[in-house]
Ligand binder design. Structure first.
Ligand code: F6P
Length: 342
């Protein structure tokens, strides 16, 4: 029987345990494999730090947030200045893989994790990747698990801002996670009825934002909700929300308040959609191992499970396109993306 390892790497998100369970249960029950779990992402492979995952240990974790294996931002191919001589991490990973007699490692993570998985494949390891992130920016798949849960949390926060904004007739600015990709700000902004949505991919102009807010006041809409992704252009040393909030108050004279939603977006129990997506990905990854379809990432395209070569995925981001139909539709309904008067 095959012996496999599982690891979760990069920022955590809801659904990681559902994915671990999906891989593990399918591997054990359907294919009779033996399953190990590495602790804290790639660090676990560097330090030979792992646990045996029995089928019983995979029960009761479906609904849990976080990851039972822990995670880290360890990038084994990036040598840091503090690294000791002879601490060649990729070699140690290869050694762990050989010493444990593994047939494959399942790497659950985002773009960085997929890039590392691909490089380990080049070192001779059999790898299968599973895409996760609340940012939904992994290249090669239509959707990552974690995204739906984060959209739900952020939408709920925006909903709550509406009532307090209305009571005080204020402009509320809410900052949503996403350094490079604005998917989360876009989806939660639209679902939460944001009036202005600022994304890292679209250049915004603060005067354009202010014009929209003033126009709303003039048409009897005395409060506004501005959804900003954390990665939009803003001066170093201030947050995106603080920058936009101060600028609006200065230019319009209308009272503003800011909320930075932060890590709440990554915590807690996954939504049913994410539980199902992570389970489908996990079970399919186990099938890929059984079929020896290595060097691949499991993906969803048009709601069909498929695989993409890791070589194509690593390092590339799936970003929001200005011509994305949802953006075009939203513009026609009066949502501003802060670029109308550029
Ligand atoms: O990958 C998701 C993400 O939440 C980004 O949107 C965010 O910028 C980043 O991770 C921050 O994570 P950490 O503080 O864990 O590095």
């Amino acid at each position: 029987p095959k012996r496999i390892g599982i690891l979760t790497a990069g920022g955590d998100c809801p659904g990681l345990n559902a994915a671990i369970r999906g891989v593990g249960k399918t591997a054990i029950v359907e294919y009779g494999m033996e399953v190990l779990g590495f602790n804290a992402g790639y660090s676990g492979m560097i330090n030979n730090d792992y646990i045996h995952l029995k089928e019983s240990q995979l029960s009761g974790i479906l609904t849990l947030g976080g990851t039972i294996l822990g995670t880290s931002r360890e990038k084994p191919f990036k040598t840091s200045k503090n690294e000791k001589d002879g601490e060649h991490k990729p070699d140690r990973i290869v050694q762990t893989y050989k010493d444990l007699g593994l047939d494959c490692v399942v790497c659950i993570g985002g773009n960085g994790t997929m890039k590392t998985a691909n490089m380990l494949g080049k070192e001779g390891l059999n790898v299968v990747g599973i895409p996760k992130t609340i940012d939904n920016d992994v290249w090669g798949t239509d959707v990552t698990f974690g995204f739906d849960s984060a959209v739900q949390i952020a939408t709920d926060a925006i909903d709550r801002l509406h009532t307090t904004a209305n009571s005080h007739q204020r402009v509320m600015i809410i900052e949503i996670m996403g350094h490079h990709a604005g998917w989360l700000a876009l989806y939660s902004g639209l679902a939460g009825g944001g009036d202005i949505i600022l994304l890292p991919e679209l250049e915004y102009n603060i005067r354009s934002v202010c014009k929209k807010i003033e126009a709303r006041y003039e048409s009897n809409k005395p409060y506004s909700i501005v959804v900003v992704a954390e990665g939009i252009g803003h001066p170093k040393g201030s947050s995106a929300a603080a920058h936009v909030s101060e600028a609006i108050q200065t230019y319009t004279g209308i009272e503003t308040r800011q909320t930075v939603l932060g890590y709440i977006q990554r915590g807690g129990s996954p939504t049913p959609m994410d539980r199902i997506l992570a389970t489908r990905y996990g079970a399919f990854a186990a099938q890929c191992i059984a079929e020896e379809n290595f060097g691949t990432m499991v993906a969803i395209k048009n709601n069909e499970l498929t695989t993409v070569p890791l070589e194509e995925v690593g390092g590339k981001l799936r970003l929001v396109d200005a011509n994305f139909p949802l953006i075009q539709k939203a513009r026609k309904m009066g949502v501003s993306f802060g670029d109308e008067y550029l």
